[in-house]
Write a protein that binds this ligand. Structure first.
Ligand code: MOS
Length: 741
């Protein structure tokens, strides 16, 4: 059996466990004596709890305890203790810490009872008196309070100015400037946040948690409760969607662990769908883009300013304008990112944080400029194509964006487009064709992996990463199986367990590169050992050969010069007299090599919409996305990733919005019935093209990651298509029919 799996459309190795229900999620671990917690949420957005009376609720038989700020245990006191790997600068939210209310639906009590129904009922008997204070939840009222936030360590600072953008803009022959508004959005993964915290005699805790980062949450719990890592194990082998919402510990984790410790009993806390609207979200953002161009379309000035919300207690930022400094060639650029504080929970990274909004604005503005100039929008992009990254005058490690434009346009049929708005029709349907560019960063972090090869030829590899639906289990299994030349059925990959070798939270599109590099490295170490054993086999065909002269394939180690000369892996183990080979590594990025280059993935998105000219109903009938994402490890999971991003992009353009009731400072969406996301009926033709891209710099595997690039630019392509169809520019997302009519 050929064992070259990398680049093959292997089915998901965890697929059958997921569709048969064998895969268990955080709220599905049933342990004896389990108690159930139900969270009580604040009814006001700002103020204090004057009085909280749980006595009636506590009297119900079966109610074990009701935790409030009045009786919650005294725990760590410093902000650092409540911080985490992805925490922005500030003072992280502490559940049940004091009487202060910082945002609507903040958790103010946890009812713990013998069963969930009782806990939920008891919660209704708790009486709370509040002292309300006026809240601020409308971003546009806070312009004067805008400030430059403290930087987040994981995000590069906003690139500084180059040239004199204001002057160049004033002098430009063609000027275009506009404001773009994007709403609050909530991630709404299918699986709500949940934690089953199992307290064991002696004080050890096993915690089943929904998270993208088991070690991040392990450390968080250890810091707050003063526990050692040996005593806290966080498990999250399956995650029902994350999209960034699980990058930081959510409040149910703290509550479940606290209750389990206090009651010395396992406790589960699950959030309701409604409560899923009370934590991190994609920030509501106002942007202004000004473009100055020569008559031939050459960009001469680009000013991109961003104004976004954050909470009163943390400075959340994301790279919104950053991309405008590098996507197009332009000598005069100025970017700005400011925030203002609202009485909301802190925003949190949501798929392609920053770029989703930033490329929406930039790529709509480019389209608008194309109309000002009377040139084809794709031509305008090509006219201003950046061959180098002008931020630091660095070359790109690879950049096949030109090829994305070419292949995407060809597949879409872009050449047949009539540039005139409202010029393409089909009955009472106005047809619009729009396009946009996507760009995202390529990163590799430090991570570890371990591998155990046993004499039966079975290989187990593990790392404390996550698989949030992205296909991590599958691609890591492929890399391990191919590196050691084993049949894929013999290889298992473990993740979502804090006791495994170190890994960052899964996010930022860096998991394939980061964990992939560690898996490859650890399997290469096993290869070396195996090779030495194989050479010691009596009359070994490999005696005297070097490691570079052999191939590991089909369960054999064979000479590259003649595949008939080999030692089987089983023989090598047997004759070597070893029952297993175990290795562990930590793989670091080669920063010296990588830092000389700009490392990015790109995409070109083409969209067709049909708009009912009487009713304003918009349907996205076709999307073609051509992606340059380096080496594709698995075309099947890769396509699914990008397709998922496109589907979401359709939602961003036309449907998604968390609506703030300014009177109450509260999101009025409570469920997926009125938080609109695309459903099957909304989705028609989607084409994903992977453009070949060879990159030996980004990481040892040459992969760029696909978690985010699929969504970026999609909303702009659709907004541009809607303009082309109707002649109307809607600069406020989502583009709903009421805005069109
Ligand atoms: Mo993603 S927003 O980095 O989970």
């Amino acid at each position: 059996m050929p064992t070259n799996y990398i680049g093959k459309p292997i089915n998901r190795v965890d697929g059958s466990a997921k569709v048969t229900g064998a895969a268990r999620y955080a709220a599905e671990y049933n342990v004896p004596n389990l108690a159930y917690g139900y969270v009580v949420s604040s009814a006001i957005a700002r103020g204090r709890i004057a009085r909280i009376d749980a006595s009636d609720a506590l009297r119900l038989p079966g109610v074990l305890q009701i935790f409030t700020h009045e009786n919650a245990p005294r725990l760590a006191q410093s902000d650092e203790s409540y911080s985490d790997e992805l925490a922005p600068p500030g003072s992280p939210f502490r559940p049940l810490h004091d009487a202060e209310i910082k945002f609507s639906a903040q958790p103010i009590a946890l009812v713990v009872a013998d069963n969930l129904e009782l806990a939920r009922y008891a919660a209704t008997l708790i009486r709370v008196d509040y002292e309300s204070e006026p809240h601020a939840t409308d971003l546009k009222d806070k312009r004067e309070k805008a400030y430059i936030p403290k930087p987040r360590t994981i995000i590069p600072p906003v690139p500084g100015p180059r040239g004199d953008a204001e002057k160049a803009y004033a002098k430009a022959a063609v000027q275009f400037a506009a404001e773009y508004v994007s709403p609050f959005e909530h991630h709404n993964p299918m699986e709500p946040f949940a934690t089953t915290a199992v307290w064991e005699a002696g004080g050890k805790m096993t915690i089943y948690d929904k998270t993208q980062g088991v070690q991040n949450n392990q450390e968080y719990i250890c810091n707050i409760f003063g526990l050692s890592k040996d005593d806290v194990r966080v498990l999250s082998p399956f995650v029902g969607g994350g999209f960034g919402s699980g990058l930081r510990p959510q409040y149910q984790l703290f509550l479940a662990v606290m209750a389990a410790r206090e009651l010395k009993r396992p406790v589960r806390v699950s959030l309701t769908r409604q409560q899923m609207f009370a934590f991190g979200h994609r920030p509501h953002t106002l942007q202004r883009v000004s473009l100055g161009a020569a008559p031939d379309g050459a960009l001469e000035a680009l000013i991109h300013t961003v104004f976004a919300e954050t909470s009163r207690f943390e400075d959340y930022t994301e790279p919104v304008a950053h991309w405008s400094a590098m996507l197009y060639r332009c000598e005069n650029v100025r970017l700005e990112h400011k925030v203002a504080q609202l009485d909301v929970n802190t925003p949190i990274d949501m798929r392609a944080p920053g770029a989703t909004w930033g490329l929406y604005a930039l790529e709509c503005a480019m389209d608008e400029l194309a109309y000002e100039l009377g040139v084809d929008p794709l031509e305008l992009r090509l006219k201003n194509y950046a061959e180098v990254d002008q931020r630091q005058n660095r070359p790109f490690s690879s950049k096949e964006l030109r090829e994305c434009y070419r292949q995407g346009a060809e597949k879409f049929g872009w050449a047949r487009r009539n540039h005139e708005p409202r010029s393409m029709k089909e009955g009472d349907q106005l047809i619009g064709w729009g396009m946009a560019t996507g760009v995202w960063d390529v990163n590799q972090m430090t991570a570890g992996a371990k591998a155990v090869l046993t004499a039966d030829g079975k290989l187990k590899v593990g790392s404390a990463t996550a698989d949030i639906g992205t296909g991590t289990y599958t691609i890591m299994t492929q890399i391990a199986a191919e590196t050691l030349g084993l049949p894929i059925e013999n290889v298992t990959f473990e993740l979502g367990d804090s006791s495994l070798p170190q890994a960052p939270a899964e996010g930022g599109s860096f998991t394939a590169a980061t964990i992939g590099a560690a898996v490859k490295a650890v399997c290469e170490k096993v290869r070396e050992k195996l090779f030495k054993l194989a050479q010691k086999v009596e009359k070994s065909a490999l005696a005297g050969a070097g490691l570079e002269e052999v191939v590991f394939s089909d369960g054999r180690i064979a000479l590259s010069s003649g595949a008939s000369r080999f030692v089987t892996i089983a023989d090598a183990m047997r004759h070597g007299g070893v029952s297993s080979i175990e290795e562990e590594v930590v793989a670091d990025p080669d920063e010296r090599k990588q830092s000389k280059y700009a490392r990015n993935s790109h995409s070109a998105v083409f969209a067709e919409v049909k708009v009912d000219q009487d009713l304003g109903v918009i349907r996205v009938t076709r999307v073609v996305s051509a992606v340059a994402g380096g080496r594709i490890l698995n075309p099947k999971t890769a396509r699914s990733q990008v397709m998922g991003g496109i589907v979401w992009g359709i939602g961003v353009a036309l449907e998604e919005e968390s609506v703030m009731d300014q009177n109450f400072g509260r999101f009025i969406n409570h469920n997926l019935a009125e938080y609109h996301v695309p459903v099957n009926a909304d989705i028609q033709e989607i084409d994903v093209i992977f453009v070949e891209e060879d990159d030996s710099i980004v990481n040892p595997l040459g992969v760029k990651g696909l978690g985010e690039i699929g969504i970026i630019g999609v909303a702009a392509a659709i907004a541009n298509a809607v303009f082309h169809a109707t002649g109307k520019r809607i600069r406020k997302l989502p583009i709903t029919l009421d805005k069109l009519l």
